[in-house]
Design a binder for this molecule. Sequence first.
Ligand code: MEV
Length: 323
Amino acid sequence: MEKPPATAVEASACGKVILLGEHAVVYGRPALAVPVCGLRAWVRAEPGPPGSGCWIEARDLGEILRLTTAPADSPLARAVRLALAHLDVPEPDLRLVLWSALPIAGGLGSGAAVATALIRAVFRWFGRPTDPAVIAALVYEVEKLHHGTPSGIDNTVIAYERPLRFVRGQAPVFFTIARPLPLLIADSGIPSPTRETVAAVRAGWAAEPARYETLFDAIAALVWEAEARLAIGDLEGLGGLLDVNHRLLVELGVSAPALDRLVVAARQAGALGAKLTGGGRGGNIIALVPPERMEAVAQALRAAGARAIYRTVVPPTAAAPGG
Ligand code: MEV
């Protein structure tokens, strides 16, 4: 076994937004997601006194957990236990201090980011490489605690920290973004656990399978079209597709008046398109906004009730070979 470092190591993980395709992705359709590199969860791993075992201190979440006594369904403890089991190492004397800039239950991947940062920190502590495919697979196991049937998109985009098209059960495909993608992310301030919205969609789908399958297919068609628009830098076209995706999410029953207000305000103030992102019923919306209209749209979002606004620009990419 590698000699553990005597001094602290740090790790972090980004947040994410789903550009198009949430919920339908749980049912085998494609979705496009991008990392939000400026909103992160951080973990500092510090040596603990001999015999102290492993502690997780997540002051933002109001949790201080001792690994040996933490409940089996604690996502934080599960992340660390999975990392240790994967590395096949005994519990170290280690203090893991966690903090996060990501809103909890806001559709920005907070749960997956926190788990990714914890797992990366443990891997670094033991001097092991943090291969994205390995990290994504471990975080997926943690995601199952957040909701039983995660598609796998959150853990994948966060572990790879690259824009990607995701289809459940398949390797991610890194799509091309020809022009910088300027986004405003606006928080409704309403926490909405993904578990609940995914369960609501499942109940709707069970009651009306044909209608839901049709909606999922319509969302999938938007995703393919959006990928083509992104590849040629057609942001106006992409904006229109975001609007249509929001309407389809309304039909799936996962929007909320507060989200609809934000989306309308963004469009009226000059966004090229806007939609809820993530599980919905609360959490965040995204708006695609040309740089010269950012300030006007941000003001309109504040007036429409946004509790927090975050600006991000997804840089252009090239498709990976074979991707
Ligand atoms: C959550 O970020 C996205 C959902 O599609 C759930 C999932 O894919 O697991 C709502």
